[in-house]
Design a protein around this ligand. Structure first.
Ligand code: KG4
Ligand code: ZN
Length: 411
């Protein structure tokens, strides 16, 4: 073990923060609850919410651009920016008015500043800074993935540390949450995210033309069709089996699926854009390969964390979030894995798994209470399209080369 990895492992200690709600300032009679407005514009959802320091969601509003992007065949950043611009003021006003809270009553404004689409992040940041400067409020810049990871502490009583798996259209991350802004990055996708892959496969299969899938997100359409498909009609090789690390890869799998689609189109005498008769079977087999890949990498992460006492086998928890975490098939695989290893398995409700303003406001509350990154001067604050989460120990994980036992699981 080299000195870098030694010092990395020495720094791995459980976060000291206990469950926040138990120490709520609301217990003091004269203490008014602290309120944070959260603003999210990192991708294709304009979200805002007001959350108090006891974890009550006072009001929230969301404008979803998915239908527009679905028709365009993918997110066009300039279109996303324009839609954020058109909606942000209304969404923030709506969240505040449902909450019955004025900007003056807020303890702080929290906004996603990283990572995400530059043009989208810019809209939220610019709007937030105007509010912050006008009302002289503290500003809390938020890391979008940190917010996804901490959402579970709003809905469930979860203490640090816990293992967290974030699966979305833009990200695929395995990390240990040790504290509010203290993460160990165990692995991530080396190419595209699972949601991106499923969206691309859905598009290549023209699922938006399928009568059962009208206006469903790509991943959702795959899940829906897979329910009545036979995954055993096709076998897609699970990615990266020769690499004993916690990284992910989905673009090779996407190519394998594409090859089968092209072959089937030839066999059925169809052009690209026409619906194959076997879409359900292809959807089921692709979803299965994605699920097995995710479960295997997570299994290795669990073994690594237990081996190095990063998590205690007595009360270890696996948290899964992000848009793809609403997939019941993938969830079932992870639930079986968690049960087999004595991990509690937790997932926020679907509406909090996907992008929203609540998770940003809650991250603001967590940071406010921990006194972390609350800015009283916003000079020089910038958005960052690319921003890693936490301390990257993925090389250390790879060095251990942990063999994952055969999974005896029936999905
Ligand atoms: O977290 P999210 O709302 O946005 C970001 O990407 O940040 O995730 C959206 C992704 C899309 O790729 C969508 O196809 C996927 O989540 N998704 C699903 C399901 N519902 C949404 N993937 C698989 N199964 C689902 N049920
Ligand atoms: Zn997200």
């Amino acid at each position: 073990m080299n000195s870098i990895t030694k010092s990395l492992l020495q720094s791995i200690k459980p976060g000291q923060a206990a469950w926040l709600r138990s120490n709520s300032t609301r217990s003091g009679k004269l203490c008014l609850p602290k309120l944070v407005l959260g603003i999210e514009t990192s991708c294709d959802d304009t979200g805002a919410a007001v959350v108090d320091d006891a974890g009550n969601i006072l009001g929230e509003a969301l404008h979803c651009q998915k239908e527009v992007h679905l028709k365009a065949g993918g997110i066009i950043p300039l279109v996303a920016q324009q839609l954020h611009r058109e909606n942000i003021e209304q969404i923030v006003k709506e969240a505040l008015s449902i909450s019955g809270v004025s900007v003056n009553e807020l303890a702080a404004i929290a906004t996603t500043v990283k990572p995400g689409l530059a043009l989208s992040l810019g809209v939220g940041l610019e709007y937030s800074l105007k509010l912050v400067n006008k009302y002289k409020k503290p500003f809390i810049p938020i890391h979008h993935m940190e917010a996804h990871a901490l959402t579970i502490r709003l809905t469930n009583q979860v203490e640090f540390p816990f293992l967290v798996l974030l699966l979305s259209g833009g990200h695929c991350i395995l990390a240990v949450a040790q504290g509010v802004s203290d993460f160990l990055l165990l692995g991530q996708s080396i190419d595209i995210a699972p949601g991106d892959m499923l969206d691309k496969v859905a598009r290549r299969l023209s699922l938006s033309k399928h009568p059962e899938c009208h206006s469903m997100a790509g991943g959702k359409a795959i899940e829906h069709l897979a329910q009545t498909g036979n995954r055993q009609h096709y076998t897609f090789r699970v990615p990266m089996q020769q690499y004993r690390n916690c990284d992910f890869s989905f673009s090779g799998l996407q190519n394998l699926v594409n090859k089968v689609i092209i072959q089937k189109e030839k066999e059925e005498g169809l052009q690209e854009g026409e619906l194959l008769s076997c879409v359900k079977d292809i959807a089921a087999a692709a979803q299965h390969a994605v699920a097995v890949h995710i479960v295997k990498r997570t299994y290795r992460a669990m073994l690594f964390c237990i081996k190095h006492s990063i998590l205690s086998p007595k009360n270890a928890t696996l948290v899964v979030s992000g848009g793809v975490a609403s997939n019941q098939y993938i969830r079932k695989g992870l639930q079986i894995l968690a049960d087999a290893n004595g991990f509690a398995f937790l997932c926020p409700p679907p509406r909090l798994c996907t992008d929203n303003g609540v998770m940003i406001a809650w991250n603001g509350i967590e940071r406010l209470r921990a006194g972390l990154g609350v800015l009283h001067c916003t000079d020089g604050i910038r958005y960052e399209p690319n921003a890693p989460l936490g301390c990257d120990i993925s090389k250390r994980v790879e060095e251990d080369s942990i063999k994952v036992p055969r999974l005896k699981m029936k999905f």
